[in-house]
Design a protein around this ligand. Sequence first.
Ligand SMILES: Cc1ncc(COP(=O)(O)O)c(C=O)c1O
Length: 363
Amino acid sequence: MTRPIKAAIDLAALRHNHGVARRHAGAARIWSVVKADAYGHGLLRVARALDGLADGFALIELEGAIALRRAGFRQPILLLEGYYCADELPLFAQYLLTPTVHSMEQVMMLKAAALPGPLPVYLKLNSGMNRLGLNADELPAALAALAAAPQVAGMTLMTHFADADTERGIAAQLARFETMRRSLIGCWPVSPANSAALLAYPEHCGDWVRPGIMLYGASPFPEMKSAESMGLRPAMTLESELIAVREIARGERVGYGGMFTAMADMRMGVVACGYADGYPRAAPTGTPVLVCGQRTRTLGRVSMDKICVDLSGIPGARVGSRVLLWGGDPLTGLPADEVAGAAGTVSYELFCALSARVPVTER
Ligand SMILES: Cc1ncc(COP(=O)(O)O)c(C=O)c1O
């Protein structure tokens, strides 16, 4: 018998969510962010679903970018961290890839590279996130090195917001970015916005936006606005079945460490899904789950291959009954954001953690 866990990727939902991004982006073009195997949804699957819609694909992994080219995708492809060593630069030229340049080390590598043709470059500016990006005082030297370099075909200025999804907002970073941009001679296209900035500040989209999580149907700010309220549809559904059902007596404990104790006699079920499938181990008792379409809760600790669920009030549940871990219909399903919130994490992590042992289908 095949273990009943499976994930389904809804290609129409991906396309629909891209349409939502398009409506917010106005005239800006869209990099569909497909790093980390398209946030666990499958790089080539998502690229195929968005072919004809996406203006370009953005990711971190050079191997993924080359796989896209070998699969025939001709859109621009942006590498969000650029190259990690000079040896990679010929591949950027060979496969017509756009590198991000975020450090003086990268500037020097590019300047020294012998390339068959020039590359379009995304110059990443540090406007306050303080991870990657050139500081204001590094900009003149970077510009002097790159503006007339034969390796460079044109530049776009990019930054990344730390607080587009929080109350703090983007004003301070936007102001710094603007100051840096104005200090430069010439007028360069800009790319400041991820999903949160695109949804919350569409007036600051710039020339290219970079949505990721919203394409997959989750909210970049789940505590403030649900994905469904923004018209997004879940692209990933994770479901399984009950593989055991048992009655337990008041006072009985459940699972490793006995983290749940029954307060009364009750019925519970065991689901074929655990942290080795990508379900978050940190999800405590009470994490929402749907059994036979009815909302209930997990009980006790998540194990490697199993979780336990409360079947009180679901008398029809039996071995083989359907269990929805996340996803499904926006109205009757279970948002990944809710499961992630209960587990103290974000839907990004849930999606990316989907394990290779879970069979994936498309619909
Ligand atoms: C530079 C950059 N742009 C865009 C994105 C997409 O962000 P999101 O998935 O929140 O839309 C990311 C993701 O982390 C990123 O690192």
